[in-house]
Design a protein around this ligand. Sequence first.
Ligand code: ZN
Length: 182
Amino acid sequence: MTTDEKYMREALKQAKKAYRIGEVPIGCVIVYQDKIIGRGYNKRNTKKTTLAHAELTAISRASRVMGDWRLEDCTAYVTLEPCQMCSGAIVQARMKRVVVGTMNPKAGCAGSILNLLQNEQFNHQVELQTGILEEECSRILQDFFRELRIRIKREKDAAGSQSEDEHIEETGEETGFFDGKA
Ligand SMILES: [Zn+2]
């Protein structure tokens, strides 16, 4: 197992925590000098804030450990290609490197829609490695949305306003893991 695979496994462990609480399973760890200094997993629905993405949680923990907003020699391992907000935060933190599990054609900003990590017009560019444990990182999302679809189907007759599950279904559409793939 390579070092990248080893830490992507740790990011996957974080994604599994999100899965267990019914959140879209996305995880992140931040590594400095071969040590994990920040972990995070998606809690957007639980915390009811868009700021609860895995990467932002991991960044704030890492900054607490480093005592600095700069995370210059750090590498972020993320199971899913980061969005515009998280890619922006990664550039702002001046991180050295990002390792991505699976790409996100519908929302990713590390090359899919935009590549905010490597735009020459910003004062900082981030090294990028994609496709590490891609299959596992993609499978956990597919499994999650497949189960969700079954549950929604079962509860379809329940009346009332839009359920939390349907909100998550929207996220699935955003991430491209919910349409036809499951
Ligand atoms: Zn994000």
